[in-house]
Structures are given as structure tokens and as C-alpha cells.
Design a protein around this ligand. Structure first.
Ligand code: TSX
Ligand code: MN
Length: 587
């Protein structure tokens, strides 16, 4: 129940449309959580895992047709289709409402309708935003309790007169033919039906904190980004905060929880967030970041003590696992986890595992766990003003072309490099391996409006501050002629972060090239690494021939946004083309 008349009226209207048997206002309490879990154990939605080794952990197996986000069924419904842009599917808002409301009609008959007030961002932060998700899925409620701040205090925020995003969700018939994720940014509304999975169903995450928030951020002068946030502590105890955007399958969660290699004594990485950053200009002109989320909804396969020890130490208790495999001891299991593969496994569909039928854990299987359990969780993660960002980092998976690291020449060039982010597909995502996909700012699936307008918004920060972060690009995935990764990656990425920190402090040098500022190989600390000096030089090499082609490709992609492409982006393309051809003639 609520004192807010708009919220009460909306809940009534949704109930008359969906016809639930019961309405449950979610308070977020431990007792309520226990009751929901009990119900889901009874109806088979959850299975209890080994209480000795995985206390308070549960396994959920989703419908096999419902295992990932559905970009082709995700729509941005704005009055003018141009506002959604070529980067989004568009539908007329009235038409979209009619279409999904037909599917919502009576869909909660025989079910409970849960009303979840939630807050994205720390309590007491001026940057936090509220939402209310109405759902008929208890699985969604328990996941939202981990991923967001839900219940009484969120409702207080709304009843205090703050606006809120309305999210209506139903699992519907779990029929891919009757599945839609609709965004109405002009109404601060989301309607999602036909899927119970992660990004389609936990509406606070991708739908609200990225698609709707990016739209709000443009009108209000801030940024909602697909970025991890971390703090880098040097041996003197000084901390530098950075935010970093990567397309999927680049190891964002691993970077967010990086463990320093032994040779880098005294250095340490602190985790603030692994997926989303909300960035605001402070009165001091710096960009300040909060993590709107409270938990991690991460991909399980590949996570191990060697790739992400902090994550493994986060996961062992109070976690919900979705579509992983299970051992005969009822422990969660996935491809890439530590230890030998058990001879007996139950696969993600609940069948005895048979390699002929594919991997034991679904490639997109997940864990949901509270960020506060992470050993590297920063004591700054809940401060209302956020952390001051010194560097913005963009990355991608590129076996060739992109060097290990470079710094953008200035803000405009940095925005251009971010708009030009691309990554090679891995089998996990599409089945097709090694295709280069453009994924500007790693926001291709998440920007709630026209990318051209989004770049213009990014560029507009230049006029508003002289203390903006430096912008860097990284690539952990360059390969040699034999097809082997040249850079060890993982904890050793801290060596690259060190150079970035030193650049921010004005301590490290850089060499100018047409594509940006590069470190001298000697300026990357390779102490304790078995890496030939030639290898670091090769990792930092720029081939004008290859870059000529790359810039042509970037030009073609960016030009597809037509007249709305900002002139400053066009100017960067032209400058780099000119400078590359000059360097080719000089060579
Ligand atoms: O997450 C990764 N990161 C970021 C870590 C902080 N991965 C896994 C990507 C899949 C999600 C990486 N894979 C990284 C990386 O930096 N680098 C690589 C490529 C690689 C893989 C294996 C090795 C080295 C590099 N192994 C050895 O050198 C022994
Ligand atoms: Mn993400």
C-alpha cells in the first residue's frame, strides 16, 4: 500500500488489466525473502544447493527457450522514430501499448502480483533514482532484492515526491512469439512480457538503469553508461578511480574485481561496480560516478579462482544461480570453474550431462549475488556523491589492429574513439566467431535514444568543464601470427592501469601517433612478467596500412547515422584519415 496517489492508481489499473489473485507489496525483509524462497522450492522454481559448502544458495533452471536478452524483441517507443534512431527497434507508442496490453490482459489470473519499489543508487544520494516493478515472478522479486535496494526505503523515496520509473513485467506464456520488451522513455515506462530472464525481467538493470536512464541523462545533463567502476590504490595509499566500458565477452566483471599480481607489491584494485555507472558533473568540474546497482548478475562460465578469485569468494553464499550445471554433491558447476570435470553432472536443463548435447552449464548461465560480499568491495561504493573519475576507459576484443593501450588526444577525440569501439564475436554470444561488430561505448543494445544525439550529448560536456577525465582505449586480446594471445591479461592488466594512473597524475610520458598517445614499451612495468621486450613493442604497434582500412570502416559505420552525426565526429574522422595518409607517405 502507498500514500502516493499516482502509484496507487497505476497499481489498481495494472491489477484490473492483469487480474491477479493476490497483490503483494514487497517490503524487502528477510522474512519475506524466506517465504518466497520456500514457495519456489515447493513449486520447483528453485532447487536448494549444498548447505554445507554453498550456504543459502539456490539453483533456477529457466525455460530452455528463455535464456538471454532478446534484442530483436526490444523496442524504444518514442513519438518520433528519429529519436530512437537506427540503433534501436522502434514502434509507435500507442501501437506498442495496444500490442502488449492485449498480451497483459488477464495474464496474472491464478497468480500473485508483486509490487516492488526499488531504488537505483545509494540511499541518500541526489543521483539515485526510483522505480516500481510490478511482476508476477517470485524469481524476479528475489533477484531484484539482490540487484537493487528494494522495499520500504525505496517507497519512502517515492512518497517523498520523487519521480519513479514504472515497469510492468509478466512471464506471460514464455512464448518467444509473444515476447516483447518495450520502453517508453517519454513516459518513464517499461513493459516486458513473455520472458523471465535477467535483462528482460529484472527491469531495474538494463531497461531502467541504461535505456530509460540514458534518455533522462541527456535531458538532465548527465550520463548513464555501461561501465564498471573501480579504484586503483598505489603503494602510497593514493586511490585513483576509473570507469570502463567493454562489449560483452571482454571480461568486464573480471576487470572490476582484479587481483594484483605478486610483483606489483602494494597495488590493489577496489570494486565499486561491474556493469553500470551513472556519471554526473560535480561543482568542482570533475565527473563523479555512482553504481546504481547493489549486486552482480554475472556470466558464470569461465569464472574461476584463476580468472576471478574475488568473484569466486563472493559467490559461495547467499547466491542465486541460473542455468548452471550441478554436481552430485549439489554444488554449482560450469565450464571453466576450478578443478577436474566431475564424472557425474546434471546439466542446465536438469538432465544427466552428455557432452554430445552441449555444455553442462548454459554459456549465458548466471549468478546473482550481493556486491557487499565481494572481498574487494570499496568502502566508497555507497557514498552519496560517488567517486571522482580520473579516466574513462573503452575496450574491445580485437585480435589485430588495436594496440594494448592508447590515450585520446582530447575529449572530442576520446568521444570519437569510444563511438568507434568494436569487438570480435565469440561463440558464446552468436555462434559466429571472430566477426567485428561496432558497439559504440559498449551501448549498442542499451542506448535508449539515437546514437548520433548520444554522441552530441557526450561532446557537450566539453563546454561544461575543463576537468573532464582523460579517455583511454585498451585491448587485452591482440594475437600474434600463431594465433596466440600476446598479452597475459587478467591481473597483469593492472600494469596497463598503472600507466593510465600515471598519465592522469602527469608522471608518465606518451608518444603521439595519428590514432592517439601511446606509451613507450619501457613505460609499462613488466617486472615479474615473462614477456619479451619485442612483444610489448608489437602490442603497442600501429600499422598505418591496417589503420587506413580501419578508419574507412569506422567512417562507413558512423556515416550511416546521416545528418545527425555531430560535425566534431566527422572532423575527427577526416583528421585521422589525413594524418594516417601523411604517415604512410612519410614512411
Ligand atoms: O576477462 C578477461 N580479461 C580481463 C581480466 C581482468 N579474459 C577472459 C575473457 C572472457 C570473458 C581474458 N582473456 C583476458 C583478460 O584480460 N585476456 C584473455 C586472453 C587470454 C587467455 C588466456 C591466457 C592469456 C590471455 N592464458 C595464458 O596466458 C596462460
Ligand atoms: Mn552488461
Amino acid at each position: 500500500m502507498t500514500k502516493n496517489p499516482e502509484l496507487a492508481a497505476w497499481v489498481d489499473a495494472v491489477a484490473s488489466l492483469t487480474k491477479p489473485d493476490n497483490i503483494h507489496w514487497v517490503d524487502g525483509s528477510e522474512t519475506e525473502y524466506g517465504d518466497l524462497i520456500k514457495g519456489m522450492l515447493a513449486d520447483g522454481t528453485l532447487e536448494k544447493l549444498n548447505e554445507e559448502t554453498y550456504p543459502n544458495c539456490f539453483l533456477h533452471r529457466s525455460d530452455p527457450n528463455d535464456v538471454a536478452r532478446v534484442e530483436h524483441l526490444t523496442f524504444v517507443c518514442t513519438t518520433d522514430s528519429e529519436d530512437a534512431g537506427p540503433n534501436n527497434n522502434w514502434m509507435d507508442p500507442a501501437e506498442a501499448h495496444t500490442k502488449v496490453d492485449e498480451l497483459f490482459k488477464g495474464c496474472m489470473r491464478g497468480r500473485t502480483m508483486y509490487v516492488i519499489p526499488y531504488l537505483m543508487g545509494p540511499y541518500g544520494s541526489p543521483f539515485s533514482r526510483a522505480g516500481v516493478e510490478i511482476t508476477d515472478s517470485a524469481y524476479v522479486v528475489v533477484n531484484m532484492r539482490i540487484m537493487a535496494r528494494i522495499g520500504r526505503r525505496a517507497l519512502d523515496h517515492i512518497e517523498g515526491g520523487n519521480s519513479f520509473v514504472r515497469g510492468l513485467h509478466s512471464v506471460g506464456e514464455l512464448d518467444p512469439e509473444k515476447r516483447f520488451v518495450m520502453h517508453f522513455p517519454e513516459e518513464l515506462m517499461i513493459k516486458s512480457i513473455g520472458s523471465g530472464y535477467g535483462g528482460n525481467a529484472l527491469l531495474g538493470k538494463k531497461c531502467h538503469a541504461l535505456r530509460i536512464a540514458s534518455w533522462q541523462a541527456r535531458t538532465e545533463g548527465w550520463l548513464a553508461e555501461h561501465m564498471l567502476i573501480l579504484g586503483i590504490e598505489d603503494p602510497t595509499g593514493n586511490k585513483t578511480y576509473v570507469a570502463a566500458a567493454f562489449p560483452s565477452a571482454c571480461g568486464k566483471t573480471n576487470l572490476a574485481m582484479l587481483v594484483a599480481p605478486p610483483a606489483l607489491d602494494g597495488w590493489k584494485v577496489w570494486t565499486i561496480g561491474d556493469d553500470i555507472a551513472w556519471l554526473h558533473l560535480g561543482e568542482d568540474g570533475r565527473l563523479w560516478a555512482i553504481n546504481p546497482e547493489a549486486g552482480f548478475f554475472g556470466v558464470a562460465p569461465g569464472t574461476s579462482l584463476s580468472t576471478n578469485a574475488n568473484c569466486m569468494h563472493t559467490l559461495g553464499r547467499n547466491a542465486i544461480y541460473t542455468n548452471v550445471a550441478m554436481t552430485s554433491d549439489k554444488e554449482p558447476w560450469w565450464e571453466g570453474i576450478d578443478g577436474p570435470k566431475p564424472s557425474e553432472l546434471i546439466d542446465w536443463q536438469g538432465r544427466p550431462h552428455d557432452v554430445e548435447k552441449g555444455p553442462a552449464a548454459h554459456p549465458n548461465s548466471r549468478f546473482t549475488v550481493a556486491a557487499s560480499q565481494c572481498p574487494s568491495y570499496s568502502d566508497q561504493a555507497n557514498v552519496p556523491q560517488g567517486v571522482p573519475i580520473s579516466a574513462l576507459i573503452f575496450g574491445g576484443r580485437r585480435s589485430a589492429v588495436a594496440p594494448l593501450v592508447f590515450e585520446a588526444l582530447d575529449w572530442e577525440h576520446g568521444v570519437f574513439t569510444a563511438a568507434a569501439v568494436a569487438s570480435e564475436t565469440t561463440a558464446a554470444a552468436t555462434g559466429k566467431v571472430g566477426q567485428v561488430r561496432r558497439d559504440p561505448m559498449a551501448m549498442k543494445p542499451f542506448c535508449g535514444y539515437n546514437f548520433a544525439d548520444y554522441w552530441a550529448h557526450w561532446l557537450s560536456f566539453k563546454e561544461r568543464s575543463e576537468k573532464l577525465p582523460k579517455i583511454f582505449n585498451v585491448n587485452w586480446f591482440r594475437k600474434d601470427a600463431n594465433g596466440s594471445f600476446m598479452w597475459p591479461g587478467f591481473g597483469d592488466n593492472l600494469r596497463v592501469l598503472q600507466w593510465i594512473v600515471e598519465r592522469c597524475q602527469g608522471k608518465a610520458d606518451a608518444i603521439k601517433s595519428p590514432i592517439g598517445l601511446l606509451p613507450d614499451g619501457k613505460d609499462i612495468d613488466l617486472n615479474g612478467l615473462d614477456l619479451e621486450p619485442e612483444t610489448i613493442d608489437a602490442l603497442l604497434a600501429i600499422d598505418p596500412e591496417i589503420w587506413h582500412t580501419e578508419v574507412e570502416d569506422i567512417d562507413e559505420y558512423l556515416s550511416s547515422f546521416g545528418d545527425r552525426l555531430p560535425g566534431a565526429i566527422r572532423a575527427q574522422i577526416d583528421r585521422i584519415k589525413r594524418e594516417i595518409s601523411e604517415s604512410q607517405h612519410a614512411a
